[in-house]
Design a protein. Structure first.
Ligand code: SF4
Length: 294
């Protein structure tokens, strides 16, 4: 009998290259250092079913990695494990634990609730200090900022949402910059924002979708602070990207022409160097930056 069995679900589509589960290996080494017995099963290479490994090791906990490409398989594994042993405790890792929360009744026990998130802040601050002292890249500040923002928005009335009133202060830049098309043709601003209403390339052109009500509504909501639930639970890496863009835009704002006269000089210079279209675009960008409006 062991304490924890960690499993890496197989990716069924064959889209991604098979990679060793280094994340699980890292967790396992930490657990072993703390005298917790642990085994890893990588279903990318193992052929024997989950039932075999559960009978062999009889773990008290089952840890499952849930990434985008294994999210359905990981849920199936969780259900299979519960059918095999209803007392096994499942720990679900990866962004889909909280992004698609909760994916089933059993997962509710492990998804952090608002009051529990508050308690995490102290730990996050310690982790941030540690990472900085070791010179490691981290996204803890984005996580902290996301948590702060989440509670501000939840407790706010529309007046308190005034800081969400411009393009630069938007909660996220993804719907302004990118779109993602799923295998069945549905279109989303990113790889996270999936609802029944997502438009499809089988019914509309990309131009219609990009300028259509679905995308416009998300952009408006992110600018005005009426943040959709999916965005509230968005993973930190994408939110960090938005913060990086915001910082760059703010820097551009500091460097850009401060008066209409300075703008006119720059317009003429740009016109001479790169033509009318480029000069007009520059003015449009200036207006975005200066007025903060779309
Ligand atoms: S906040 Fe996250 S889910 Fe929402 S649009 Fe941005 S990347 Fe997508």
């Amino acid at each position: 009998m062991i304490d924890i069995l960690l499993v890496n679900p197989a990716e069924k589509g064959g889209f991604f290259e098979k990679m060793p589960p280094q994340g699980l290996a890292s967790i396992a080494s930490f657990l072993e250092e703390h005298d917790i017995s642990v085994k890893i099963v990588d279903f990318e290479i193992e052929e024997k079913p989950l039932e075999h490994w559960l009978s062999l090791y009889q773990p008290k906990f089952l840890g499952i990695s849930g990434t985008t490409h294994t999210r359905f398989e990981s849920i199936r594994i969780a259900q299979e494990a519960k059918n095999f042993n209803k007392d096994i405790i499942i720990i679900y890792g990866g962004i889909h634990a909280t992004l698609v929360q909760p994916f089933n009744k059993q997962a509710e026990e492990f998804v952090l609730r608002d009051e529990e998130i508050e308690k995490c802040k102290e730990t996050l601050l310690k982790a941030q200090t540690k990472a900085e002292s070791l010179g490691l890249y981290h996204t803890f500040n984005a996580v902290m900022e996301g948590l702060e923002r989440k509670s501000t928005i939840k407790n706010s009335n529309s007046k308190n949402r005034e800081h969400y009133n411009s393009f630069i202060s938007t909660y996220c830049f993804e719907p302004f910059l990118s779109l993602t098309i799923s295998a069945e043709g549905k279109v989303s601003p990113c790889c996270m924002f999936w609802k029944d209403e997502n438009p499809s390339v089988l019914e509309h052109t990309l131009n219609e979708i990009w300028n259509g009500s679905f995308f416009r509504d998300i952009r408006n909501r992110l600018i005005t602070g009426d943040i959709p639930d999916i965005c509230m639970n968005c993973p930190s890496q994408l939110r960090q990207r938005s913060e990086n863009i915001r910082i760059e835009l703010q820097k551009m704002g500091e460097k850009t022409a401060n008066t209409p006269l300075a703008l006119l000089v720059r317009f003429i210079n740009r016109l001479r160097k790169e033509g009318l279209y480029s000069a007009l675009r520059r003015v449009k960008e200036w207006l975005y930056i200066k007025t903060g409006k779309l």
